[in-house]
Each structure stands twice: as structure tokens, then as C-alpha cells.
Write a protein of this length. Structure first.
Length: 290
């Protein structure tokens, strides 16, 4: 009898312990359910915020891409206009320099030709004078011989004829001296003509060098045009690459979004939400008591 009472008392104590444990489990389940609901609400709120931020990021990215594309286009247009203006300025400067050099060379050549023509005319005049002087000398000597012959015949007027002959000879000597001075001047003119010819050759060589520089500048201008075209192609490629990266980014964001909402994260698969027998399921310990 005493043993039975002790067993009944132990059963009552055990039943109380089980009731307390069951109440504690119910409280934990209720707390877990409330915590899960709170987590679910927070998850939904985070998903809504993520969607809003994602849309904002997409819109911001589109705006930034548009601004970047416009900036690249404006930069490309500005660079193109700057290169074209620089090319036009360089070509105009080269054209002006070439025109000035051509005009200067033309003037120098004309001046050299005029000097050469003048020197040639002076040379012809000098030679003509020398021929005339030689003719005059021959005529004078002929006249002198004739005069001497005429004078010797009667032996009259010898002193006067000699005096006249002496004067004529002195005059001829002066003319010969002047002719020598003319010849010296002509030699100086000839030397100057040689110098002018050398200068003309130097100017012609400079003209050839200038033409070669102009050809090189034209080649550089063509190269700049090709570089400009290549730059435009690179800008188009960069724009296409940015569009492709934008599409890739959208695809990755879409994959990230679909990954966040995948079935493996569904609330029904949570260990807390496993199927149960309803609110009355904790009554099983009572049946154990019975």
C-alpha cells in the first residue's frame, strides 16, 4: 500500500513535470512562431526594399550610362572639331608660308635675272666699246701713217703732226685705262653673277625642301584623319561594350532576384512550420497520463 502511494505520488510529480515541460514547449513554439512571423515580415520588407533599390539602381545606371554616352559623344565631337581646326590652321599656316617663300624666291629670281641681264648688257656694251676703240685705233694709226707720209713728202709740219699724234696717243691711253676699269668692273659683275647663281641654286634647294616638308605635313594630316576615324570606331565599340555590360548587369540582377525568391527559401520548408495535428496536439501527454 505504501509502495502504491509512493508510485502515485511519483506519477503526479512526473505529470506535473511533463505539464511544465509541455507548457514550456508551447511557449517556445509560440515564441518561435511569432519570431518566424516577424522574420517573414522583415524578409518581405527587405524584399520590397531590395526591389525598390534595384529599380532605383537600374534607373540610376541607365541615367549614368546615358550621361556617359552623351559625354563621350560630346568629347568625341569636341576632339574631332579641335583636330579639324588644328589641321585647317596648320594647312593655312603652311600655305601662307609656302606662298611667302614662293613670292620671296620669285622676287629673288627676278632680281637675279635682272642683274644678270644688266651685267650681260654691260658686258655687251663693254665689248662693243672695245671693238669701237680698236677700230678707232686702227683708223687713227692709219690716219697717222697717212699723215706722216703726207708730212714726210714735203718735210713740213712735222712738229705739229708729232704733237697731234702725241695728244692722240695720250687720249687713247686714257681710253684704254678707262676700258681696263670697265673690264675690272665687269669681272666684279661676273663674280657677283656667280654668287647669284649659287644663291639661286640654294633657293631652289630650299624650295625642294619646302615641298618635301609640305608633302610630309600632308601625310601627317592624312594620318590624323585616319586616327580620328579610328577614334570614332573605338568610341562606337566602347558604347556597344557598355550596352553589353548593362545587359549583362541586368541579367545578373535578374538572376540574383530570382535566386532570392527561389523555393528553397520558401517559409513552408522551414523546420518551425512542419505539419502538426493542430492546436490540440499538445494533449498527447494527457493521454499518456490516462
Amino acid at each position: 500500500m505504501y509502495v502504491f502511494a509512493f508510485q502515485s505520488e511519483s506519477a503526479v510529480v512526473k505529470e506535473r513535470e511533463l505539464s511544465l515541460e509541455l507548457a514550456r514547449i508551447r511557449d517556445e513554439v509560440a515564441f518561435s512562431v511569432a519570431h518566424w512571423e516577424q522574420l517573414q515580415q522583415e524578409k518581405e520588407e527587405l524584399e520590397r526594399r531590395f526591389k525598390a533599390e534595384l529599380q532605383g539602381l537600374r534607373a540610376q545606371q541607365q541615367r549614368e550610362l546615358g550621361v556617359l554616352e552623351e559625354r563621350l559623344k560630346a568629347q568625341h565631337v569636341a576632339q574631332t572639331e579641335s583636330l579639324q581646326a588644328q589641321q585647317r590652321a596648320e594647312l593655312e599656316e603652311l600655305r601662307v608660308k609656302q606662298q611667302e617663300q614662293v613670292c620671296e624666291m620669285t622676287e629673288n629670281q627676278e632680281a637675279a635675272l635682272m642683274e644678270m641681264e644688266t651685267a650681260h648688257d654691260d658686258t655687251l656694251a663693254t665689248l662693243t666699246i672695245r671693238c669701237l676703240l680698236s677700230t678707232c685705233v686702227v683708223v687713227v694709226f692709219t690716219c697717222v701713217i697717212c699723215s706722216c707720209q703726207d708730212a714726210l713728202a714735203p718735210y713740213k709740219h712735222i712738229d705739229e703732226d708729232l704733237k697731234s699724234l702725241k695728244e692722240v696717243l695720250e687720249m687713247k691711253n686714257q681710253q684704254i685705262h678707262q676700258q681696263e676699269l670697265k673690264i675690272s668692273e665687269l669681272e666684279k659683275i661676273a663674280e657677283k653673277n656667280v654668287y647669284l647663281e649659287e644663291r639661286l641654286q640654294v633657293l631652289q634647294q630650299q624650295n625642294e625642301d619646302l615641298k618635301e616638308r609640305i608633302d610630309k605635313n600632308l601625310a601627317v594630316s592624312r594620318q590624323l584623319s585616319e586616327d580620328n576615324a579610328n577614334l570614332q570606331v573605338n568610341v562606337v565599340k566602347e558604347s556597344n561594350e557598355k550596352k553589353r555590360l548593362s545587359r549583362t548587369n541586368e541579367e545578373l540582377l535578374w538572376r540574383l532576384q530570382t535566386g532570392e525568391l527561389s523555393p528553397r527559401m520558401s517559409p513552408s520548408s522551414s523546420p518551425i512550420h512542419r505539419p502538426s495535428s493542430g492546436p490540440g496536439s499538445p494533449a498527447r501527454p494527457h493521454s499518456y497520463h490516462q
